[in-house]
Design a protein around this ligand. Structure first.
Ligand code: SF4
Length: 386
């Protein structure tokens, strides 16, 4: 990987609360003493995270894994919460240089209608899923807010936990999605590096770095129960990205302490157009980064998707990671019985079906959890009229 390039410029666009530079320096210069201190401390903070992300910590993978395992068991038990992505549409007005759905890519496009979405939901329910993530590309005429809203409402009639990963929205749009039954919003900043962000997002609404950065806070302010954040690892210096991600999360937790925040670790993989990651992250590095987050954020759900290979996922399940997608299709219509699919956003690496995946979890002494939320809780948390 490109080592410790901290030339992420703190441009005027980056708010002070996100400034990673003092901690990036620690991540670049930490020695074994700093790593051992970070592993011993009872309440690790951003300084400890920086030490655990450093190259000095690469020699401490085993003690980091042990600590991550202990903390994951303490806070999440021996459970892995499961969800499935459902791609509603692959139309997109976005111009992300690293994505196979970008508007300038030659890609067969489609958009599910209501009966197709319902068929997909039923197929996922038949596998046991009660937690479904609805995805679209950037806002476009084929898949705009109204389309998403209707599909959230439809999905909420079938499954208990509906999440959305789509475009950045206004607070009132998030409030409407919440009313329609959306429990959770996932929105990755992609890269926190403002210069890389400007270069990679070639046109459209997504070019607005600050509007996207503020979107998870808008979602929580609008009543969405949980947000998922992350950086697409590979686009810029990963240690700097992860320190920014940590600071983003801390700010959200401080300002929205009644809400939940989850962290994902998407890593750039092959897609149409063959964009090459300028800062590739290998398996050992990704494992180290996940352990570091678990040690410094013991109660935060950490998520790993089927982008990753089965053997890697098996090793991280319950060792830091407590939430995983399974049996995923990243094509539009991927769960339909006639397999009437169109092109995928990225290739799924872990292609096991739900039975094989759950067998693996059980063989490791972990329980797959398909449902850990019921819509009745939403009603109970509403202020009672007297
Ligand atoms: S990352 Fe999202 S917004 Fe960007 S091109 Fe892909 S689908 Fe569109």
């Amino acid at each position: 990987m490109a080592e410790g390039n901290s030339d992420m410029s703190v441009v005027a666009d980056m708010p002070d609360w996100l400034n990673p530079l003092p901690w990036v320096e620690i991540a670049q210069t930490a020695d074994v003493g700093d790593v051992q201190r970070a592993l011993r401390t009872n309440a690790p903070g951003v300084r400890d995270l920086a030490a655990l992300l450093s190259s000095a910590a690469a020699d401490y993978l085993e003690p980091m894994a042990q600590r991550a395992l202990t903390l994951t068991r303490r806070h999440f038990g021996r459970t892995i919460s499961l969800y499935a992505p459902l791609y509603l549409s692959n139309y997109c007005n976005g111009g992300c240089a690293y994505c196979g759905f970008a508007a300038d890519r030659m890609q067969e496009r489609s958009c599910l209608n209501c009966s197709q979405v319902e068929a997909e939901l039923l197929a996922l329910k038949a596998m046991g899923f009660e937690d479904v993530l609805l995805l679209t590309g950037e806002r476009c005429p084929q898949a705009d807010f109204d389309y998403l809203f209707e599909n959230v409402r439809l999905a909420a009639q079938h499954v208990h936990n509906v999440s959305v990963e789509a475009f950045a929205m206004t607070q009132s749009e998030y409030a409407a999605l919440s009313e329609a039954g959306c429990m959770s919003v996932t929105l990755y900043q992609e890269t926190y590096d403002p210069d890389a962000y400007a270069e990679l997002h070639r046109w459209g609404e997504k070019q607005d770095y600050l509007y996207r950065l503020d979107a998870p806070a808008r979602a929580l302010a609008a009543g969405i129960r949980t947000v998922g954040i992350g950086a697409l690892l590979g686009l810029s210096d990963p240690r700097t990205e992860l320190i920014c991600l940590y600071r983003h999360l801390e700010t959200l937790r401080r300002e929205h302490w009644r809400s939940g925040v989850m962290v994902s670790f998407p890593r750039l993989c092959d897609e149409q157009g063959h964009y090459t990651a300028p800062y590739p992250v290998d398996d050992r590095q990704l494992a180290q980064y996940i352990y570091a987050f678990r040690i410094c954020l013991p109660d935060v759900p950490l998520v790993l998707s089927t982008r990753e290979r089965a053997v890697f996922r098996d090793g991280l399940a319950g060792v830091g990671i407590c939430r995983m997608s399974a049996a995923s299709r990243t094509t539009v219509g991927g769960y339909l019985p006639d397999d009437a699919t169109t092109g995928s956003q990225f290739d799924v690496s872990d292609t096991r079906d739900i039975y094989a995946f759950c067998s693996m979890l059980r063989a490791q002494g972990l329980d797959p959890v398909f449902k850990n939320w019921d819509a009745v809780f939403s009603a109970l948390s509403e202020p009672q009229k007297i």
